[in-house]
Design a protein around this ligand. Structure first.
Ligand code: G3P
Ligand code: CA
Length: 242
């Protein structure tokens, strides 16, 4: 059965990576949420996609140059013309504390492919363990070195390799990296690829799928989950897919 993960929360209808978007994901009946994490100057894990705050907030600058107290003052719903009021950038702990009593899964994407963020892995793993979410968490990153590090640091938490372009000999690569699954760009995914992955006990969760036709194809292939900005549409589409 294909699970539905709300990408950056329900980012198609709500300000991405905010509690408003995560709450909407739960209301929409998503099975899980996907979020992105970066590290502040003073070492706090915040939930934000970009390395800078410019695109999604009313502030400007690099996350790594700003302290958490100042980042909290920014409005992550600033680009939504007042529709969602003031939504602070969440701390990862805030999201995990909210998620713990729900049944939701969480995919924490470590955004450490441009900036290495020393300690991001250890701090993220520590928080996941503090909330007892090891079995409902998938760690992923475009930084595969980081995923290999997480495999050793937290053997009990699933890891997945994110990528955009098709991999050469993916199964050898995934075995060497000791990952539990792959998170490919959806246009690289075929039915045969999913079947091959499943033969090897690996999960396939493609991103980011918003069009019903593409959703239907992924459901037919039997992928383990899809990432979508519109979990309501995905739920509807799934119900209609034989
Ligand atoms: O985890 C899937 C997807 O979120 C990866 O791309 O840029 O939306 O973080 P991006
Ligand atoms: Ca992401």
């Amino acid at each position: 059965m294909t699970l539905i993960f709300a990408h950056r929360g329900a980012a198609g209808t709500h300000p991405e990576n905010t509690m408003a978007a995560f709450l909407e994901a739960e209301r929409a009946g998503a099975d899980g949420i996907e979020l992105d994490v970066q590290l502040t100057k003073d070492g706090e894990i915040i939930v934000i996609h970009d390395e800078t705050v410019d695109r999604t907030t009313d502030g400007s600058g690099w996350v790594r140059d700003m302290v958490y107290r100042d980042l909290r003052k920014l409005n992550a719903a600033a680009k939504w013309n007042g529709r969602y009021g003031h939504c602070p950038i969440p701390h990862l702990e805030e999201v995990l504390a909210w998620l713990e009593p729900t049944r939701l899964f969480v995919n924490i994407e470590l955004k450490n492919n441009l900036i290495a963020y020393e300690t991001l892995e250890q701090k993220t793993i520590a928080l996941v363990r503090r909330y007892g979410l090891e079995k409902r968490t998938i760690l992923s990153s475009f930084n595969h070195n980081s995923m290999r590090f997480c495999r050793t640091a937290a053997p009990e938490i699933e890891t997945a390799l994110l990528y955009m372009e098709p991999l050469y000999d993916p199964w050898t690569y995934v075995r060497v990296m000791k990952a539990d699954g792959v998170h490919p760009y959806h246009r690289t995914v075929t039915a045969a690829f999913v079947a091959d992955a499943h033969c090897r006990g690996l999960a396939v969760r493609p991103f980011t799928i918003n069009k019903p036709e593409a959703m239907k194809a992924m459901f037919a292939y039997g992928v383990d989950a899809i990432f979508t900005d519109d979990p309501r549409r995905a739920k509807e589409c799934k119900q209609k897919t034989p």
